[in-house]
Ligand binder design. Structure first.
Ligand code: FAD
Length: 823
């Protein structure tokens, strides 16, 4: 369409004519939003899309992301018929091969997950694999899985088909129109300025591929991504190559193989990638960039090619027709970005596709279009929600350095507890020097270095990964023993904290919280924040500091998200929320001797009468004044100490000096996670999301049904309360096997009742105080999930294609009555 016919206004303007932008336009027009404009600075697909390999896989790390990838395949199946535009869609399936036992376990665990998600998958014997892949060398292969519904497409044709679909319903697509500025008014995006004029819009979508970061930054929106060079080669035609060859992945050799018009394509996800541009001084992508091919780098690709020739000996004589190198965006956590930006209303983002943009395009378009229409996502997409990002993550050097690792992670081993190796040491607790001295082994969350465990008794101070008990198991056992019998401290500086105050602070927070916040000063309230559908948007505590002043404490990961949610509900009322995370670290003192220790250092009366559970007071420790809140996430007597940052080292020293007498021991985040699993304490992002309600999550005790003014989500919850026995409920699971080789549960494992899959684990860990492999899970039953239904079933959990008998109940496995907390 000619730029001269640019409209003055549109309902939605989409910046970027790659596969993602066109998919969003396609899906918006499909749900009735037809006044949609796509603006492409050059030609459609000229960014990254044109050179994609076109692999379309379906199995992702979570149920909903798998559903979206599955949907993409379904969309591609019918697109040619609908639009008349060929897409090159072929569904020959895909095979992944393992070259060692760890990888095989990964594939088998993935196969069980796939079964759980309703994906067709077969675990093949070596004989069956050889039959399907006669041209492959099977040296070192330990096994493999086959996904028959995986496929491949021609990305340029698919993009054109999506654009055609959008146009057929009234959407407009303009090429050679560059968006030079996003227009904003009153904290909202309201249009774009382009090289061919201005368009006013209700919503603007940034789908600009690797250019998105700069575009976002121009309006204060964080979109941390960086391009990397991404390589493949295409052989000369090979007569004997079967046209129905499935896509083959050999992740241990970082390679994938695809038949392409009689030629063999070999692509790579090498462990150390080359960020592009290489200098780390900003994206600064050339104005003229279109259909760009980067310089070949045979030295870099050579190890890949050598193993490819060994794996597919046909390649040795076939000759290479094309050596391809093109840029693609990568994100710090290798997950793409979708949704409304927390910094700017009506600005939506769909970018950072980490080399799976083709297979994600359908699902991303589907979700974002509905998000735009309804103002909220149609399902839990927390893993890809742009609100998971912290502002520092778009710092150039951080994304540049991390991108070199992100690319390789696509095929690296996805070990449990795996930690990033690049861009580390970014955010440190004020007591970092002490935890370091005590042997902490750190993990990273949003840049925070958090002690995950403490090395002791000769255990090396680094992770040795496996799917079973990792090297830190005995260290975690020691920490759990001290937690149960003595006293430990956790460095929880990373937990996000906000001060909320103003003459309307109580009214705002009380409406946002499902529990009652109108409590006496000094009371701590555990609550969820719900959406209108009753789904859990946040899970946190609120402490009333004064009549109209509150302290909100939430996890490290939702720091941006929870604040954005609160601000959206505040409107123009007199209620100011300030993020004080950096200034207020927290040290948690937990265990039966915590009272004695804290009384010694503070002189305060911490008895049940003077300091009841779920209350908060200022106490003195050494020369400092700190806020102590009697709470626990680990199921023992304990206090959380909120210490102004500059006093934290002194308070830590005071505690350590006094602690020897009580056997005070440092404990890490893994111990905290293990302990909360034993207590059945839910974790937002794993065990609950905006899809689950407090009633389903078993958190109905925290709902103040009849408080004056109600709360967001009450009507939906009231409707659900009418159903006496809910068809979906969270349960606690313990495997029967408690021996040394008992397997670990992690997430998304299928849960069977009487041989039928009825649910899925959401998180799992070893319970060191109960000596069992534990998980939380949602189970479903049409007639309702009751205690009788749980007790009358025979339960199993499938792990790596094998079923294990289990016990399933509503109550937690450790101290179910909560007596220890109130000792
Ligand atoms: C070698 C290689 C192989 C790959 N293989 C696969 C694969 O097998 N399977 C798979 O799923 N994925 C694959 N990918 C990844 C896939 O190609 C990308 O994830 C996908 O194309 C991203 O699409 P996009 O629409 O987000 O970005 P792009 O295709 O880059 O589109 C963004 C568009 O926005 C335009 N734009 C930017 N700024 C502006 C502006 N200010 N105004 C107007 N227009 C603007 C750009 O010109 C560009 O055309 C591969 C990538 C590479 C590099």
């Amino acid at each position: 369409m000619s730029a001269a016919s640019l409209p003055a206004r549109a309902d939605v303007v989409i910046v970027g004519g790659g596969i993602v932008g066109c998919s969003i336009a396609y899906h918006l027009t499909k749900i009735g939003i037809t006044n949609v404009v796509v603006l492409e600075r050059k030609q459609l697909t000229s960014g990254t899309t044109w050179h994609a390999a076109g692999l379309v896989g379906q199995l992702r790390a979570t149920r909903n992301l798998t559903e979206l990838a599955k949907y993409t395949t379904t969309l591609f199946e019918g697109l040619e018929k609908e639009t008349g535009q060929a897409t090159g869609f072929k569904q020959n399936g895909s095979i992944s091969l393992a070259l060692n036992e760890g990888r095989l376990e990964e594939l088998l665990r993935g196969a069980s997950m796939a079964k759980n998600f309703g994906l067709a998958i077969d675990v093949l014997s070596l004989g069956e694999l050889k039959e399907r892949l006669p041209h492959y060398n099977f040296e070192g292969v330990t096994g493999g899985v086959f996904l028959p519904k995986d496929g491949q497409v021609n990305p340029i044709d698919v993009t054109q088909a999506l654009a055609a679909g959008a146009r057929s319903r009234g959407g407009k697509v303009f090429e050679n129109v560059k968006v030079t500025r996003i227009l904003t008014k009153d904290g909202r995006a309201c249009g774009v300025e382009t090289t061919s004029g201005t368009i006013a819009a209700d919503k603007v979508v940034v789908a600009g591929g690797m250019w998105s970061r700069d575009l976002g930054r121009s309006v204060g929106v964080n979109i941390p991504l960086h391009a990397c060079e991404h390589f493949y080669i295409v052989s000369e035609p090979i007569d004997t190559l079967p046209r129905n060859m499935p896509v083959v992945r050999v992740p241990d050799e970082c390679t994938y193989y695809k038949e392409d018009a009689g030629k063999l394509m070999v692509g790579a996800f090498e462990p150390k990638a080359k960020p592009w541009p290489p200098h780390g001084k900003g994206i600064g992508i050339d104005e003229e960039h279109a259909f760009v091919t980067l310089q070949e780098d045979m030295d870099h690709f050579e190890p890949i090619l050598t193993s490819a020739i060994n794996r597919v000996p046909l390649l040795e004589t076939a000759g290479i027709q094309l050596f391809f190198n093109g840029p693609e965006s990568f994100t710090p956590d290798v997950r793409y970005y979708l949704g409304e930006a927390p910094e700017l209303r009506d600005l939506y983002v769909a970018t950072g596709f980490n080399s799976i943009g083709i297979q994600s395009s359908g699902g991303a378009g589907l979700v974002l279009s509905q998000w735009i229409k309804d103002g909220h996502p149609p399902m839990d997409v927390n893993g890809i929600d742009i609100r998971r990002i912290h502002p520092f993550q778009s710092v150039t050097r951080y994304v540049h350095d991390r991108a070199s690792e992100s690319l390789g992670l696509l095929y690296a081993m996805h070990w449990p507890y795996r930690q990033a190796e690049t861009s580390r040491g970014v955010r440190r607790s004020p007591i970092h020097q002490y935890t370091d001295r005590l042997g902490a082994v750190y993990g990273e969350v949003n840049g925070w270095e958090r002690p995950n465990w403490y090395a002791r008794d000769g255990v090396k101070r680094e992770y040795e990964y496996s799917y079973g008990r990792q090297n830190w198991f005995p260290c975690a056992q020691y920490e759990a023993d001290r937690l149960m019998n003595d006293v430990v401290f956790f460095d929880q500086a990373s937990f996000a904290k906000y001060h909320v105050e103003g003459t309307d602070a109580l009214a705002v927070l009380n409406r946002v919280s499902a529990n009652s916040i109108d409590v006496p000063v000094g009371k701590v309230v555990y609550t969820q924040w719900l959406n209108e559908r009753g789904g859990i948007e946040a899970d946190l505590t609120v402490t009333r500091l004064a009549e109209q002043k509150f302290l909100v404490v939430t996890g490290a990961a939702p720091q941006t998200r929870d604040m954005a949610w609160l601000k959206r509900q505040t409107g123009d009322r007199n209620c100011v929320a300030v993020d004080i995370t950096s200034g207020l670290p927290m040290i948690a003192i937990m265990g039966p001797k915590s009272r004695a220790l804290l009384q010694k250092v503070s002189g305060a009366d911490l008895s049940n009468a003077a300091f009841p559970f779920a209350t908060s007071q200022e106490i003195e420790i050494g020369y400092a004044r700190v806020r102590a809140s009697r709470l626990t996430y680990v199921g023992e007597l304990g206090w959380e100490l909120y210490v102004p940052a500059e006093f934290a080292a002194h308070v830590m020293e005071t505690l350590l000096a006094a602690g020897a007498e009580f056997n005070l021991t440092p404990a890490g985040m893994h111990s905290m996670n293990n302990a909360r699993m034993e207590k059945g304490y839910r974790h937002w992002g794993h065990d609950m999301s905006d899809e689950e309600t407090p009633l389903e999550a078993g958190l109905g005790f925290g709902v103040a049904w009849d408080k004056p003014g109600g709360f967001i989500g009450r009507e939906a919850l009231l409707r659900q309360r009418e159903i006496k026995v809910l068809p979906k409920r969270m349960v606690a699971i313990a495997l029967d096997d408690n021996g040394p080789s008992a397997p670990m549960m992690y997430h998304e494992e299928p849960v069977y009742r009487n041989g039928v899959i009825v649910g899925s684990t959401t998180s799992g860990a070893w319970g060191h105080r109960v000596g069992r492999s534990l998980a939380l899970a949602y189970v479903k039953a049409e007639a309702g999930v009751s205690a009788d239904w749980l007790a009358s079933g025979t339960w199993e959990v499938e792990l790596a294609w094998k079923k294990y008998p289990a016990k399933v109940q509503f109550a937690p496995f450790y101290d179910p009555k909560g007596l220890k907390i109130k000792e």
